[in-house]
Write a protein that binds this ligand. Structure first.
Ligand SMILES: [Zn+2]
Ligand SMILES: [Zn+2]
Length: 163
């Protein structure tokens, strides 16, 4: 799996890299990355596009695990709380965080054609929203920016994750 040469951003970590990073972070924080939580994170990272809770459950069932929905939701809550994944509200799907371990809002470019998501790393956008909230005396807890559109691959008529 090679990152597309035309994308100007850093390439995302591979699944093993993301899992190793998650293990280190949880160890540092004394949080328990149980087998199920780790497996759910792995499924999210293995998925070419952000994945919903139901699809995760299906993969777990394929593993031979009797995955009860509440346990999967609890695992997702844990991963969200630890900042290892993000939830994209507009599609109700989950995606692995590319830079966990550091407090940040999420800014995402979401392709409506192929479902690919790119997480931006823009302190400028974050600071602008923070300033706008402050002017309005609004106490900001979290910020999620979801931008819907078409990725470069789909504009050229070839989805990114094919071939
Ligand atoms: Zn993130
Ligand atoms: Zn696309």
């Amino acid at each position: 799996m090679t990152p597309s040469p035309d994308s100007g951003s850093r390439s995302p970590p591979t699944t093993p890299e993301a899992l190793a990073q998650a293990e280190t972070l949880c160890q540092q924080r004394g949080a328990r990355l149980t087998q199920l939580r780790r497996r759910v994170l792995e499924i999210i990272w293995n998925s070419p596009t952000p994945i919903g809770a139901y699809a995760i459950l299906e993969v777990l069932r394929g593993d031979g695990r009797a995955g009860a929905p509440p346990t999967v939701y609890r695992a997702l809550d844990f991963l969200l709380e630890e900042g290892l994944i993000h939830r994209l509200a507009s599609l109700n799907v989950f995606t692995g965080c590319r830079r966990p371990g550091h407090e940040h809002g999420g800014q995402f470019l979401i392709c409506r054609d192929c479902g690919q998501v790119e997480e931006l790393d823009s302190p400028a956008v974050e600071n602008l929203l923070r300033a706008e909230a402050k002017i309005r005396d609004f106490e900001m807890r979290a910020q999620m920016v979801e931008v819907l559109g078409r990725c470069p691959h789909c504009q050229r008529g070839s989805p990114a994750h094919v071939g």
